[in-house]
Design a protein around this ligand. Structure first.
Ligand code: BGC
Length: 461
């Protein structure tokens, strides 16, 4: 029963991931029909497509301290409300300006939800299953992307872009209703001094009084050590996790995932698939592979650990990008005989991302920061993620123009190789370690790689 309760909590909070995935995916199809109603210059087209990313960046920047101030649950409720409001605005927008404003509002909600959802789950989850439970969020992102492709396809027959964008209201309402019934994070409650409520909220998810007392004692020990000042995020002792978070957020994007996702139809066309319907089907295939591989990866994150999956994923991504680069004869295309090989290589790349950088980046930024600054730490890493996302997707087509497809994919491949070094030398293994042990290690000044090591003495009695 208890097990189902914390899985249920995680599933509800992960609806925020569906919003994230749905709204980053939906525009690829909707823009084709928006252009029929509102003639757009190429610049304006870029603004309509990119406005959600800009909003997400703003949401992530502005909300860090709010997460630590209002609490995780309240913020997720606010986010769900803003989301529904923004999605409704885009569905009824009378002008292109209103559409852009609506998309920025939706983006703000996504920027906040993208890290508060995982952070809330990581604070509720038992350490043994934390990897799988937090990664439900990434599974939800992929489900959201797939859903957006299906919705786009369905409404494309009536050219109804308003329903495509407006459909996002449904997961927004679900998140709001679900969060109304969920408890606030006991860790956050303790950081606010509300020990009684923290104990009450923890009991149904941990089952026994004994484990609740042990966990509360652990959290209190770490809280005593920290000054209640958000600026400690920049202090010398905490800086390693700041860099780990920035680094993971950055490499998740500069290894090219969203160029493949956002521009899949364009790349497929370059890869020789002239037929539009084959290209749409192949795009759905990409969404399905992403979802299935993430699903398979969930239990492995706690069994095999974060590091082996990250390293294996990066090697696979690097190799498939290299192969893709080799297949492009020129900036224009892949020879017809190799088009299916091109598509398979893209699918292998997507699969490798889905069991490594996809889920593990969001997981680790929800677990490495000390409690007092967990919100702001995760929000800074999230900003770095949206910033790099914008940078990579905005430069992709220009890069193809300058250095050709072969050159462009080679650059992403080089980023994969550098990322392997970063992960190998600097990223800790946090499998099976409690959030408090990670924090203890950090304040003990342990090297980056050892931040996830378990404490040998039972310190928290
Ligand atoms: C990334 C997104 C990406 C998505 C694809 C997420 O983890 O942050 O940028 O679009 O995965 O599944």
């Amino acid at each position: 029963m208890r097990k189902y309760y914390y899985v249920l909590i995680s599933l509800i909070a992960a609806i925020s991931g569906i919003l994230f995935g749905f709204d980053t995916g939906v525009m690829s199809g909707a823009i084709l029909f928006i252009e029929q109603d509102f003639p757009l210059t190429p610049g304006m087209n870029g603004i309509v497509v990119g406005s959600v990313l800009l909003g997400a960046l703003a949401g992530a920047i502005c909300s860090g301290r709010a997460t630590d101030y209002f609490g995780r649950r309240k913020l997720l409720l606010i986010v769900a409300f803003i989301f529904v409001f923004g999605a409704l605005g885009t569905a009824i927008a009378p002008s292109i300006l209103m559409l852009v404003v609506g998309r920025i509002i939706v983006g703000i909600a996504i920027g906040v939800a993208s890290y508060v959802g995982p952070l809330y789950i990581s604070e509720m989850a038992p350490k043994k299953h934390r990897g799988a439970l937090v990664s439900l969020n990434q599974l939800a992102i992929t489900a959201g992307i797939l859903l957006s492709y299906i919705v786009d396809y369905y409404f494309s027959f009536t050219s109804n872009w308003r329903w495509m964008l407006g459909f996002g209201i449904f997961p927004g309402i679900l998140l709001y209703l679900g969060m109304l019934y969920l408890p606030e994070s006991p860790r956050w409650l303790l950081s606010q001094g509300d020990e009684e409520q923290a104990r009450n909220n923890l009991l149904p998810i941990r089952g026994s009084e004994e484990s609740v007392e042990r966990e509360i004692a652990e959290i209190k020990v770490t809280l005593k050590k920290e000054a209640a000042d958000w600026k400690i995020i920049f202090s010398k002792l905490v800086r390693p996790v700041l860099w780990i978070g920035f680094g993971l957020a950055f490499i998740q994007q500069v290894t090219g995932i969203n160029t493949i996702l956002y521009y899949a139809p364009t790349i497929l066309k370059m890869a020789g698939f002239g037929n539009a319907s084959v290209s749409i089907l192949a795009t759905m295939g990409i969404g399905a592979v992403m979802f299935l591989v993430t699903l398979i990866a969930l239990p492995l994150i706690d069994r095999w650990g974060r590091r082996p999956l990250l390293l294996a994923g990066l090697v696979g991504m690097g190799l498939s990008l290299g192969a893709l680069a080799l297949m492009f004869e020129s900036s224009t295309g892949i020879p017809p005989s190799l088009e299916w090989l091109g598509l398979s290589t893209m699918l292998i790349y997507i699969a490798c991302f889905s069991f490594s950088l996809g889920p593990i980046m969001w997981l680790m930024i929800a677990e490495i920061y000390p409690l007092q600054v967990r919100g702001i730490g995760a929000s800074l890493a999230t900003c770095a993620n949206w910033c790099s996302n914008l940078l990579v997707t905005a430069t992709f087509l220009k890069m193809i123009e300058w250095v050709g497809a072969r050159g462009t994919f080679s650059v992403y491949m080089a980023c994969c190789l550098l990322s392997i070094g970063f992960v190998y030398f600097l990223i800790p293994e946090t499998k099976g370690t409690s959030l408090e042990e990670i924090e203890e290690n950090l304040f003990a000044g342990k090297p980056w790689r050892q931040l996830g090591s378990k404490l040998t003495k039972v310190k928290f009695k």
